[in-house]
Design a protein around this ligand. Structure first.
Ligand code: PDD
Length: 294
């Protein structure tokens, strides 16, 4: 199981990061999770763009000799070397501010301090059984900070929300801030209300999900009316459909919310159509075959 750490490919059990690392001490870093199929990244450019935007916002710099294109090549090599050239897989990449050998201070270490770059590829099984049945969700208060648009490794509120969902037998938690649905613990949230497919607008309160962005494109291709406008949590129970989207989720219909049936208690047709189109796009981009009409 080779992983990538700071320029080297090594056995995962042999990979070591310093206890001074600011990822460990401060959660000072960013990450990406990218889907792969047949050994190729799905929407890899979009994920790398988001990673680079996060790095810019946090003043994290690439180490000598690495950039976004280089990290894509690292990801594909990891897929090959882990025998993931067929089927579904995912690649995790993380860049922290490093700090080995520096004292623990809140202020950034000196400009010569190299970041820590870690990447790993693993097998991924899409949650298709849950999708067929439809998932349960719970609502939780959104406890996060003011820059949820950055994909930082500080995930404690997300971890607590997901844990509460898991303890309740639910797939994910719908986070609610000031009465507005923001997003899931590791997903974005869509609702079909009055014939309009709505999701929270991009901005500091949500992660601009790559799957969210693709699903909005696919919805327009299906000539659905979409609107990036806040969804009051109080409106969710009367939604015709609610679903989560995300790299490890695809389109997941929600059929129970806080113990009550949603959308008739069965996965709805819009979620089904969008899931089918998403798979079509995934298969097309990872095999190089363009879907008809595009
Ligand atoms: N999470 N919102 C949050 C808070 C997320 O962490 C994620 C992804 C999403 C969906 O984004 P995307 O479609 O780009 O995957 C939305 C990843 C999968 C994770 O933390 O494992």
């Amino acid at each position: 199981m080779p992983v990538y750490l700071n320029g080297a490919y090594l056995d995962k059990a042999a990979a070591r990061v310093s206890v001074d690392d600011r990822g460990f001490l401060f959660g000072d870093g960013v990450y990406e999770v990218t889907r792969a199929r047949a050994g190729r990244l799905f929407a890899g450019d979009r994920h790398l763009l988001r990673l680079e935007r996060g790095m810019q916002e946090l003043e994290l710099r690439w180490p000598e000799g690495l950039d976004a294109a280089g990290l894509a090549a690292v990801s594909e090599r990891l897929l090959r070397e882990n025998d993931l050239g067929e089927g579904d897989a995912m690649v995790y990449v993380q860049i922290t501010r490093g700090g080995e050998g520096t004292p623990r201070t809140h202020v950034f270490p000196g400009p010569g301090t190299p970041p820590t770059v870690y990447a790993a590829a693993s097998r991924f099984t899409p949650p298709d059984d849950a999708r067929t049945r439809g998932a349960a969700a719970i609502t939780v208060p959104d406890l996060r900070w003011g820059r949820c648009d950055l994909k930082t490794i500080q995930l404690l509120p997300n971890v607590l929300a997901k844990q509460r969902a898991a303890a309740a037998g639910a797939y994910d938690a719908v986070q609610v801030r000031d009465g507005i649905v923001t997003e899931g613990a590791h997903t974005n949230v869509f609702a079909l209300l009055g014939g309009v497919l709505r999701t929270h607008p991009a901005g500091p309160r949500i992660l601009p999900g790559i799957t969210r962005e693709i699903v909005l494109e696919l919805a327009r291709e299906l000539e659905l009316t979409t609107s990036e406008e806040p969804i009051p949590a109080a409106e969710l129970p009367r939604a015709a459909e609610v679903f989560f989207t995300g790299t490890t989720t695809d389109v997941m219909p929600v059929v129970r919310l806080d113990g009550h049936a949603l959308g008739g208690g069965r996965p709805g047709p819009v979620a089904g159509q969008l899931q089918a189109k998403l798979l079509e796009r995934l298969h097309a981009t990872t095999t190089g075959v363009t879907p008809a009409g595009r």
